[in-house]
Structure formats: C-alpha cells, structure tokens
Design a protein around this ligand. Structure first.
Ligand code: A4P
Ligand code: MG
Length: 181
C-alpha cells in the first residue's frame, strides 16, 4: 500500500529527529520519498513552545495500517518522544495522513488524518511531494500560508550497495546533504 506520513519536530535537534524518522522509514521502503522541509508556527498546545520543522514522506509497504502506526510510534519513542500533553512540544511526531484506497475511523487510527485539510504545515509539503494527493479545494481552505516557510530539504540516506542491493549506510548521513537554518 502507498502511505503518506506527516513528520514534525519542535524540540531538541529538530533536523536530527526528522532525519532519524526518514532513515527509519527507509528501513520499510528504501524508495521512500520526502518533501522539502518547512518551518511552521506551532498550532495549538501550550503558549511559548518553539516552532516546528515539518515535512511529508511517501512510502510503499506491505505491512498493515495498524502495523505502520505501531512502527511510527516506535520511531517516535526512539527519538525520546514524551507524551505529556496533547499538542505539547515533541521531539518527533509521525502522523498517518493518507493511505491510498484505505479509510479507518477507530480511536487509535483515523485515516485520512481528520485535521490535515486545515493545516498548511501538512498541505504545503504534501502538495510539493504529490499534488494529486491533495484533494481539490483543500489548499484554498487553509487561507494565509504565512506561518509556513520553506527552509530546506533532507536527501536520501542511502547509497547503492556494490552488489546492487540498496541498504543503509551509517556513514552517509543525510545531514551532509541538508540545507536550511
Ligand atoms: N491516532 C489516530 N489517528 C492517527 C493517525 N492518523 N496518525 C492516535 C497517528 N496517530 C493517530 O497521538 C494521539 C493518538 O492519536 C495516538 O494514540 C494514535 O493512536 P499522539 O501522537 O500521541 O499525540 P498528539 O500528536 O499530541 O495528538 P494528535 O491528536 O495526533 O495531534 P496532531 O493532530 O498530530 O497535532 N503545529 C505545527 N506547526 N506542526 C505540527 O506538526 N502537530 C500537532 C499535533 C499540533 N501542532 C502542530 C503540529
Ligand atoms: Mg501525533
């Protein structure tokens, strides 16, 4: 199945947390594709929390939606995610936005993500990645895009293995390929 994931961080080394998320997702699909990265004003949560870095990833996987959620929650925990309060600052948040051909409305998994249509920090990178994934009219409902600023990009954390197999290379950190503030 093809899944779109929203990735956000507003605590600690935000670039490192996004990078770790993409490296982990690449373990599921070496062909994972990632949008540019946006710096975005926090929506909701406690006053005074820092701005977010947000991006969107697209991947193909054979695991189920529930297994994908469990996987992304494990990645959040690996990055030191602490769930103190809803919409509070977080090292890493990975939301399941859309899964092609799949809908679900269970407490633990609502897909498509019920708030994505009103969030420029989701729709701007999603449209960069795949305009066809944004239903007609959604962008116009977001209104002012001023709280969303393009700041950089993560490049794929993979190198071709000599035997032709693609695998993770810890020496080839995506940090070397990033730009942004
Ligand atoms: N859950 C249900 N559906 C999903 C889904 N599609 N993807 C459940 C992921 N999780 C889903 O999530 C709470 C519960 O939602 C989980 O138990 C899961 O089973 P959480 O990650 O523990 O808590 P949360 O993220 O604080 O809550 P929530 O409601 O998911 O918040 P949102 O809607 O993700 O908003 N501002 C900016 N600028 N950028 C951001 O990225 N993110 C949020 C979080 C708020 N403000 C933001 C940003
Ligand atoms: Mg979340």
């Amino acid at each position: 199945m093809r899944a779109y994931l929203g990735i956000g961080s507003n605590l600690g080394d935000r670039w490192a947390h996004l990078r770790a998320a993409v490296v982990a997702l690449a373990g599921l699909d070496p062909g994972v594709v990632v949008s540019p990265v946006y710096e975005t004003a926090p929506l909701g949560g406690p006053a005074g929390q820092g701005s977010y870095l947000n991006c969107v990833a697209r991947l193909e996987t054979t695991i189920s939606p529930t297994e994908l959620l469990r996987f992304t929650q494990g990645v959040e925990e690996e990055q030191g995610r602490v769930r103190a309060e809803r919409w509070g600052p977080r090292t890493l948040d990975i939301d399941v936005l859309v899964i092609d051909g799949f809908q679900c409305d269970e407490p633990q998994l609502v897909v498509p993500h019920p708030r994505m249509h009103e969030r420029a920090f989701v729709l701007a990178p999603l449209e960069d990645l795949d305009p066809s994934a944004v239903p007609d009219g959604w962008r116009s409902t977001v209104g002012d895009q001023g709280d969303v600023r393009l700041v950089g990009a993560l490049l794929p954390p993979f190198v071709a293995h000599p035997a032709g197999e693609r695998r993770r290379d810890p020496q080839q950190s995506v940090a070397t390929s990033e730009f942004g503030s």
